[in-house]
Design a protein around this ligand. Structure first.
Ligand code: CTP
Length: 448
């Protein structure tokens, strides 16, 4: 009996897949089909798959072409499977020509001609209209956004807006966009979503106007500088059936999400303390350190540690204190400690701009603790540690590129779903509330 194996994601099973499976089956007597798991697809950067694993497996089963279906979960599994299942022929579409020649040592490798004119990517794009982004602002992060958007299907960045026309033009040329504008209304009319990466204080008005013009909004952190403004924007987006999301990449990266679930699963007992630090060395001439009411470590960086604290302990803290070190010609905070007191737990966020420290996240529990080394906001690795060091559990994840692709995928999924995530909207409002209190000098000690 000749045993054949083939692999794929098989999202939205289409005639190209069926043709491939039929020809693969005809190569032998018994066909095994490997279907990629969600985790593996995410790992290899395939972020837009629409159907879950069960649906994709069900579709293959219903085709009647597979004698057996297995799940492909890790890189290198193909070789393990070939040996384990005693495979004679490995078959795959011609888009992979040459890539699996290394398997020829173990079995026959056959590349089957791909069916022209159809793919899961095209079907996904047809099901959901293309998200045509316009970028507001033309700084460093905006540039990273354009680069990262290329990893997400169903999304393009078409144009850029900046009050300074020359700046917009330069960005447009450098990033090969279709247009630039210094008139916001004209700019809005050419796109269906905006990514706001302008100075902090301008987020509110740009986001509001975009929502009023029926555009979805992905807004850099901090979404606004007051809680009321954030609440107003989320309410407006909801009324209009639009998506408004704060661009906190960490919230959507797979490693961080797993770490939060793990910490809350009871494996370290009850969480008693969260310590999150994020520091960055920047040139004193940069925007972040200017005394224009929008500079300093808290406004620039506190969103990340506060996200971790809120995800782990919720937003029901009873008390908050800020201690800031400010000694510099610009009078902005260079290092700030934010202490939050919860019923039965404590949390500390430490942020520094122009002050460097270990950027770790430590979650202390009654049975053990979670340690995430710097840069924990791009979680690739975390450890569960216990009294007995031999019980340490190490977990590895992939964090691709700059990570903005994860928030773009979430934003595009939310548009397809037609619904915002209320919990994360609340979290954005709570962060805005803390920034507002800090700016008002509430509960703040200044060290000069
Ligand atoms: N395939 C094919 N003809 C097509 C599409 C896919 O023969 N028109 C084959 C692929 O070469 C692969 C298998 O079907 O061997 C599973 O491919 P998969 O990546 O799941 O499908 P795609 O449509 O290529 O998906 P995507 O657009 O997401 O890359």
């Amino acid at each position: 009996m000749k045993r054949v194996i083939t692999y794929g994601t098989f999202d939205l099973l289409h005639k190209g897949h069926i043709n491939l499976l039929r020809r693969a089956k005809a190569l032998g007597d018994y066909l095994i089909v490997g279907v990629t798991s969600e985790g593996y697809d995410y790992y290899r950067g395939k972020l837009n798959v629409k159907q879950n694993l069960t649906e994709r497996i069900e579709n293959i089963r219903a085709s009647g072409l597979a004698d057996e279906i297995i799940v492909e979960e890790y890189e290198g599994q193909k070789l393990d499977d070939i040996i384990k299942w005693n495979i004679d022929i490995f078959a795959i579409g011609s888009d992979w020509i040459g890539r699996f020649d290394y398997l020829k040592e173990y079995c026959q490798v056959v590349y089957l001609e791909r069916t022209k004119g159809i793919s899961s990517t095209e079907l996904r794009d047809q099901q959901h209209p293309l998200i045509r982004f316009g970028v507001v602002g033309s700084g460093r992060i905006a540039e990273r956004f354009v680069a990262e958007s290329k990893f997400v299907s169903g999304v393009t960045v078409e144009g850029v807006y900046n009050v300074h026309r020359d700046s917009a033009k330069e960005f447009c040329i450098k990033n090969e966009l279709a247009f630039y504008d210094d008139d916001y209304k004209t700019f809005l009319n050419k796109v269906n979503a905006v990514y706001i990466a302008s100075p902090h204080g301008s987020h509110y008005s740009y986001a509001k106007e975009a929502l009023m013009h029926e555009k979805h909004v992905l807004c850099e952190k901090p979404i606004t500088l007051t809680e009321l403004q954030a609440e107003e924007l989320f309410k407006l987006a909801k009324e209009k059936g639009l998506i408004l999301m704060e661009a906190i990449k960490t919230a959507y990266c797979p490693g961080f999400q797993r770490m939060v679930s793990c910490a809350k699963s009871g494996k370290i007992g009850s969480i008693i303390s969260v310590d999150a630090t994020f520091t960055k060395l920047v040139s004193p001439h940069l925007r972040e350190l200017q005394n224009n009411g929008e500079g300093g470590s808290v406004l620039e960086l506190a969103t990340y540690p506060l996200l971790a604290i809120f995800k782990l302990l919720g937003v029901g803290y009873q008390d908050i204190q800020f201690v800031s070190y400010k000694k510099n010609p610009n009078d902005v905070d260079l290092f700030t400690r934010i202490d939050l007191v919860y019923p039965g737990a404590l949390a500390t966020a430490r942020v520094g701009l122009g002050v460097k420290s270990e950027g770790s996240l430590v979650i202390a529990g009654t049975r053990g603790y979670v340690y995430i080394p710097a840069p924990w906001w791009k979680t690739e690795y975390f450890e569960l540690r216990y009294e007995n060091p031999s019980e340490t559990e190490k977990n590895f994840y992939k964090f691709s590129g700059d990570g903005l692709r994860y928030e773009i995928v979430e934003f595009s999924n939310r548009i397809a779903l037609g619904k915002m995530n209320d919990n994360i909207c609340r979290l954005s409002c709570e962060i805005a509330r803390i920034l507002e209190r800090y700016r008002a000098g509430d509960k703040t000690t200044i060290v000069m």
